[in-house]
Design a protein around this ligand. Structure first.
Ligand SMILES: NC(=O)c1ccc[n+]([C@@H]2O[C@H](COP(=O)([O-])OP(=O)(O)OC[C@H]3O[C@@H](n4cnc5c(N)ncnc54)[C@H](OP(=O)(O)O)[C@@H]3O)[C@@H](O)[C@H]2O)c1
Length: 283
């Protein structure tokens, strides 16, 4: 079994590590990629094809794990060379996924959604999948993955992912902003203790982890929120007018992540105090 990854970031490298350990041959291409991605591919010891076209030709399963903004472009680039099954795992709307998958000329496609952070979830992280070749993709379960087929129609997995993203990213943005204020007021520890008293056990750890990840992946999250907004606008039956405030939370979350990503660029996940200091130094 040959699995190819378009993009070699957090998702591709984590999945690669698991699949390689289970005996799968894993490939990527570094055509046009940054030093960071090159170094990661070297660390993980995956096989490197000379370009995306060759990668598409040799892969039994070709997984697109780029960034939301690049999902359609990369599908166009490899559309006529893809021999096996093409699976999109990017956090994009069902409409964007359909646009990307329509570029794959052999029609063997599936849209997938990783539910939760890939690193945090470990090998049993839930991966939902839909589309005509969802069942074939789920054969990777024999190598230890936890892929669940939810429907043969394309777009169902992305739909669930968009709904989930709307909720989780909204909560993360609100936590980040509120903890920033609490920190400014010298009440951060007390604030976290208050929250933990009324939320669930472990809430402090999950809050701090959300904040780190939100800041570290702010640019990708801002792109993901653009997709959520596109999804909600297309599916909304509410006939919104300018005065309606129904979408304000989702819009605000998108704008929040755009603001954070313009403000800071991080090579490492910082703790929240370092993060807030770096905000202030950029003011
Ligand atoms: N991380 C998660 O836990 C998670 C969970 C669910 C869904 N997702 C989705 O999965 C996708 C990948 O996420 P990630 O966390 O792995 O992102 P990431 O760490 O930011 O990595 C993105 C990778 O894609 C590469 N890339 C960008 N544009 C490309 C192009 N046109 N052609 C080929 N490669 C390209 C980047 O290379 P350069 O370094 O050269 O830019 C990098 O290697 C995203 O769409 C995200 O929404 C992620």
């Amino acid at each position: 079994m040959k699995v190819g990854f378009l993009g070699f970031g957090e998702v591709a490298s984590t999945l690669s590590g698991w699949l390689k350990d289970a005996g799968v041959e894993v490939y990527t291409s570094l055509e046009g990629r940054s030093d960071k991605t090159r170094a990661r591919a070297k660390n993980y010891g995956v096989k490197v094809c000379k370009d995306n076209k060759s990668l598409a030709k040799i892969s039994d399963i070709l997984i697109s794990a780029v960034t939301p903004a690049e999902a359609v472009k990369i599908a166009k680039d490899v559309g006529k060379y893809t021999r096996g099954i093409y699976v999109d795992v990017n956090n994009i709307s069902p409409q964007t996924a359909k646009e990307a998958l329509d570029c794959i000329e052999n029609g063997k496609t599936a849209d997938a959604a990783i539910i939760g952070g890939i690193k945090k979830g470990g090998i049993k992280v839930l991966i939902l999948v839909s589309g005509s070749h969802a069942e074939q993709f789920s054969r990777l379960n024999q190598y230890g993955l936890n892929i669940k087929v939810i429907a043969p129609e394309v777009g169902k997995a992305k739909t669930l992912k968009m709904l989930r993203s709307s909720y989780t990213k909204g909560v993360s943005a609100l936590l980040l902003e509120t903890l920033y204020l609490a920190n400014e007021m010298g009440l951060d520890d007390e604030f976290l203790r208050c929250l933990e008293a009324t939320e669930c056990p472990g809430f402090r750890e999950s809050t701090l982890s959300r904040i780190k990840n939100s800041a570290y992946h702010a640019q990708r999250k801002s792109q993901e929120m653009e997709e959520v907004l596109k999804f909600i606008e297309d599916y909304s039956k509410l006939e919104l007018t300018d005065e309606d405030e129904c979408l304000s939370m989702i819009k605000a979350t998108g704008e929040f992540f755009k603001y954070i990503s313009n403000k800071i660029e991080l090579d490492e996940r910082p703790n929240y105090k370092e993060l807030f200091e770096s905000f202030k130094s950029k003011n």
